[in-house]
Design a protein around this ligand. Structure first.
Ligand code: 4NP
Length: 170
């Protein structure tokens, strides 16, 4: 499997400074732990914080669990991402519908041979948070950031196990 090009996953929230950078690092961690040939990136549906580092609160709470977000920088999702990535994961249902709208434009622009991305919720295979949104912690307190970490760990493990089955068959 290691001779193949990596399977590419993009985690997407609104601002790309709280939830999706956290998901990026945690999903990469679980994929690495399961020795999957997967690379993970993240983006926002908005362009509210171009090139910004993750929110200091997200960084602090993640660091307490051993995850380093400090090197990540925010960017907005673009049509090219639907060509580049195999899988695009939405953190909540509003992100999902925004991504579906862009997916539609990408298909019209580039066609279904080039556009390979599949779009799902981050919680798609998570039996502890089935198809639940990852709540936006930006305007809340510490518990929201801990909740993001709990859900990212749970949903990332579920995706790693799913991808292990899926990629084992490639
Ligand atoms: P995120 O959180 O989507 O998890 O990165 C937010 C970050 C910034 C804003 C909203 C949500 N904002 O409105 O600036």
């Amino acid at each position: 499997m290691s001779s193949q090009t990596p399977y590419k996953v993009l985690c997407v929230c609104l601002g790309n400074i709280c939830r999706s950078p956290t998901a990026e690092v945690i999903l990469q961690h679980f994929c690495d732990e399961h020795q999957l040939n997967v690379t993970v990136d993240s983006a926002g549906t908005s362009n509210y914080h171009p090139n910004a580092a993750p929110d200091a609160r997200s960084q602090k709470h993640a660091r307490q669990r051993g995850y380093d977000l400090s090197m990540l920088r925010a960017r907005q999702i673009k049509l090219q991402d639907f060509i580049e990535f195999d899988l695009i994961l939405a953190m909540d249902h509003e992100n999902l519908s925004d991504i579906h709208a862009l997916h539609h434009v990408a298909l019209k622009t580039y066609g279904d041979i080039q556009v390979k991305a599949q779009v799902y919720l981050m919680s798609e295979h998570d039996q502890d948070y089935p198809k639940q949104a990852l709540p936006d912690p930006y305007y809340g307190g510490n518990s929201g950031f801990e909740r993001v970490l709990d859900q990212c760990e749970s949903s990332s493990l579920a995706w790693a196990l799913q991808l292990k089955q899926q990629l084992g068959r490639r």
